[in-house]
Structures are given as structure tokens and as C-alpha cells.
Design a protein around this ligand. Sequence first.
Ligand code: ADP
Ligand code: MG
Length: 358
Amino acid sequence: MAKITLDNLAHSYFPNPKSEDDFALKELNHVWADGEAYALLGSSGCGKSTLLNIISGLLVPSQGRILFDDVDVTGASTADRNIAQVFQFPVVYDTMTVRDNLAFPLKNRGASASYVAQRVQQIAEMIGMEAELDRRARGLTADAKQKISLGRGMVREDVNALLFDEPLTVIDPHMKWELRTQLKSLHHEFGHTMIYVTHDQTEALTFADKVVVMYDGRVVQIGTPEELFEKPEHTFVGYFIGSPGMNVIPAQVEGNMATVHGSSLQLAQRFPTLNGNVALGVRPEFVTLTEGDGLPVKVRRVEDVGRHKIVRAELFGNEINIVANETLSISPDMNRVVFDPSRVNVYVDEWLKEGEAA
Ligand code: ADP
Ligand code: MG
């Protein structure tokens, strides 16, 4: 197992990058703690695979260094880095049996026959393929082949890190949950450093100790699921995580007062004069629909989603979402909203601004 240090790392697929826009991965400095489970989360094209492939050694970064436990491995091959990687689509040997596919990484490293037999059995149980061990991979479904790929990734106990790049894409939805649970228990059992790439927030939040949120080639926040929920450091994090995501409302801020289209509201923090694009970020869970005082809204639609209701409303021409108790009956007189002041974040040019206690 290893601690992984990304030192001044950046990558451009162009030979002579001219500006920041030419970088698929913008400069990044970070230490991935030994034995933690990380998820790399972001929309398609934001640079997740680029970063993962740099860590595994499939891609040499155009700038910076990667260290495993303080040893520079920037120029080292994947094999020398001692890493297992599972890709989005199956990589299996069609002519081999499932058993031989699973055994391959172990035999390759010279493990004893008895250990191989026992470990292959264990992995086959984890991926639910004991019954197919003696079948050839050829002719199996894409789903089954991907389970073999996952199994091959998990079979070695002595790897420095286990990397997964959207590994459940071709897996049947109800099997996804099962396999994710298996990966989690594997992590608890062996304590590998794991990095799991996904564009699915539920997958990221249920799998990882720490979620690394990427946006447009940049790591915008690394945090626990709670931190991402409570203090999104960038409006993208607020919007991308949560369903619905955080409301972002243009405002002026002066001391501990905010003004939205001429209506003022109190904040829990005090701010110096803020220049730039100022906005309030408030999650739908902390917005209350009321008949009393507050900012004026027009309710457009109410969605009943079981445990709660989602109210879609309009605030000065912009959409605002409210999460309301399922028992709340929404009357036409409810045309105001109030925010829980302690849950309102202030953003300047999309980045979180911390104030002082008011
Ligand atoms: P993700 O895995 O988050 O979907 P990628 O890391 O694959 O994103 O891609 C990041 C950016 O780099 C995208 O704009 C993509 O088009 C570009 N890119 C990825 N691979 C290559 C490549 N081999 N050559 C040129 N551009 C690439
Ligand atoms: Mg990718």
C-alpha cells in the first residue's frame, strides 16, 4: 500500500500548450493518504481518466511528478508501480476459463498453486461467479466479462493501489449495488488505497471516504460527503451534489446583510466588501416555503418523491428549489421563502467566501 503524492502535476494532450485551456488536467498538488478510499467525481470530459491514467502510469504527465511513498515513479511503468486497474469495458482473455482469467495476475507473480486456488475461489464468491469458473470467457455476457475484469483487479492482495475507471458502466443496475458493496468490504478487509472514478454522485458518496470533485480539468474540492454537502467550496460542487442541487442566487452582501433584488436578509456571518460576482448558495433542504415574511416566489410545480416533496418555484425570474416535508400541504398563500441563515454560503466568482461570525 502506498501514499500517493501529486506534485505540481498537469497534463496537456497538445505538444505545445499555449494557455490553461489547452490542459486537460490543470495544475494539481495533493497527497492521497495511504489506505483511503477515494472517488473521483465529475461530468464526462472533466479529466478523471486523464488523472487516473497518470497515477497508474498509462500516461506520462506533461508537467510535475508522482511519488509513491516518497519514491518518484513519474517515469515508471504500471507494472513497476504495482497497481491494479479496472476499466470501463471488460478486458479478459476470451480463450481462457473464468478461473484462469482470475488466476492470471497471481500466477504471473509466481504465487503458489494452493494460494491461487483458494484466492480465486474467494474472489469468485465476491463477484458471484463460482458456478461459471470452468467456463471459457468467450460467449459470456458483457456483464459477466466485466465481473471477471473486476475480479482480476481485486485478486492481488499486495498491490500499492487499486484503480477503477467507471467499472460498473456495463453492469446490470441491481448488480451494481451488490458489487459496490463488495468493493467496500474489500477495502475494509485489505485497506488498499482505492481510487474509484465515476460521474454518478450516489456511487461516489456511498463508496468513498473522500470524494474528489473535478470540474473542467480542475480539482475543485476534496472532502467527505458531509463536507461536500455543507460547505461546497465551488458552486459546481453545490450544484452537482445533492438532488436537487444547491440554489445559487445572485446577491449583494454588506457586513452581515445580503440583498436580493432589493429585499434584504440576514446572514450568520459578516463579510468585508466583496467585489466580483457575488451569490448566495443555499441547499433546497434549508429553504422554507411560508406565508409570512421572506423573499417572494411563485410556485411552479410540486413533485412528490416519497420521503419529501420538491417544490419548483421562481424567485425573481430564476428557478429555486425547495425540499419540503411530505406532510406539508402547499396552499396558494405560500408565496414567500426564508433561508436558514446558518446554512447560507456566500460565493464570489463561484468560489466559497468564508466570513467572520456575525
Ligand atoms: P473524463 O474521464 O472525466 O470523461 P478525460 O480525462 O477522458 O475525461 O478527458 C479530459 C479531456 O481530455 C477531454 O476534453 C478529452 O476530450 C481530452 N482527451 C482525453 N484523452 C485524449 C487523448 N488521448 N488525446 C487528446 N485529447 C484527449
Ligand atoms: Mg473517463
